[in-house]
Design a protein around this ligand. Structure first.
Ligand SMILES: Cc1ncc(COP(=O)(O)O)c(C=O)c1O
Length: 365
């Protein structure tokens, strides 16, 4: 059966990307970040592939995401919840035996009151979101955790704001602040796991690796710098395809789609592909994307609707009903990457795969 749109996820690619990242590490372990349903790839299968590729930790943003991994039988791997947790979410995270990022003494006390758990103290070295900015306060939170029976102080962490911006000095400043604080932490709490690097930092600077790197985007074969992933030996894992459901002649002056944003200047044919913003293929691709049919790029013409797009298939038409239409992926020598789509939308590759909506079935192989 042809489905209207399908996201094929190549788990071998996730495994290979994880291996490739591990090769960039000396002694550090790799934590695969599978939040937001594995950046749209499916959290549980992505986690399985990353573990097969050598990841030894997993990270998510939300308590429920940790629960999902445990419910799927991922039992014997530490799962770190990176995000802030409400009291109810803290219950869920602890019940899932997740590690918790902490930066306030109140959270340590709340974990102790619930019977304990594993914590990582977070220093805000410049990201400006979660964590405390005060290194001494962070040391006090660590001491409080250490003093609570049942609470296990496992790690010390931070997060970079500009690791993906080449030549930027702020990354170095954050790294310096964190290195100094982590040194104090290690002196007082030997055996803790020190971690800071996301994908960009992992590829950019070995000094950021410490004991563990937290790589998300790169394990999916997306380039953390927004460039072509191929030269960095990253293999995109997600392909989005649909099919040509109608081909029709269009005479000069005839139009396609809402608002008549495409009016034919010469005789051509449109190919209608049943995918749209209701699938997460964004409306901003209106007159601003290509789709691969028979290994060729056909320009998307007219407005992206909720359920359909139209392509200019030329005259005579190079597409026929039933042809495969590849919106993200490669065929023959042609490639449409998440980085290309992101550039067209003025966004980042992360948002392209995370933006795929549940109406698109995922197939994992
Ligand atoms: C705290 C933290 N660590 C690591 C990551 C992984 O980042 P990336 O996907 O850029 O590798 C994220 C994701 O945004 C994060 O929020």
């Amino acid at each position: 059966m042809t489905v209207r749109a399908l996201a094929r996820v190549d788990l071998g690619a996730i495994q290979a990307n994880t291996r490739r990242l591990r090769r960039a590490l000396r002694d550090a372990q790799l934590c695969a970040v599978v939040k937001a349903d594995g950046y749209g790839h499916g959290a549980v299968p992505a986690a399985g592939a990353a573990l097969a590729g050598g990841a030894t930790w997993l990270a998510v943003a939300a308590a429920q995401e940790a629960r999902e991994l445990r419910d799927a039988g991922i039992d014997d791997v530490p799962v770190l919840v990176l995000g802030a947790l409400s009291p109810e979410e803290l219950d869920v995270a602890l019940a899932a035996r997740a590690d918790i990022a902490v930066w306030r003494p109140e959270t340590v006390a709340a974990i102790a009151a619930r019977g304990g758990g594993r914590v990582h103290v977070k220093l805000d070295t410049g990201m400006g979101r979660l964590g405390t900015r005060d290194p001494d306060a962070a040391l006090r939170v660590a001491a409080a955790a250490d003093a609570e029976p049942g609470v296990e102080l496992v790690g010390a962490m931070t997060h970079f704001a500009t690791a993906d911006e080449r030549g930027d000095a702020f990354f170095g400043e954050q790294l310096e602040r964190f290195t100094a604080w982590a040194g104090h932490m290690r002196a007082v709490h030997p055996g803790i796991v020190v971690h800071a690097a996301n994908s960009a930092a992992t590829l950019r600077d070995p000094a950021s690796h410490f004991d563990l790197v937290r790589t998300g985007v790169a394990i999916y074969g997306l380039d953390p710098f927004g460039e072509d992933p191929a030269p960095r030996d990253l293999r995109p894992a997600l392909e989005l395809s649909s099919w040509v459901a109608a081909v029709k002649p269009v005479a000069p002056g005839e139009s396609a789609g809402y608002g008549r944003r495409f009016v034919a200047e010469h005789a051509t044919h449109t190919a209608t592909v049943p995918v749209g913003y209701g699938d997460g293929y964004r409306r901003a691709f209106t007159n601003n994307a290509d789709v691969l049919v028979r290994g060729r790029r056909l320009p998307l013409v007219g407005t992206v609707s909720m359920d359909n797009i139209t392509l200019d298939a030329g005259d005579p038409p190079v597409a026929a009903v039933g042809d495969e239409a590849v919106l993200l992926g490669s065929r023959g020598g042609e490639r449409i990457t998440a980085e290309e789509l992101a550039r067209r939308l003025g966004t980042i590759n992360y948002e392209i795969t995370c933006g795929l909506l549940p109406r698109v079935p995922r197939s994992h192989a």
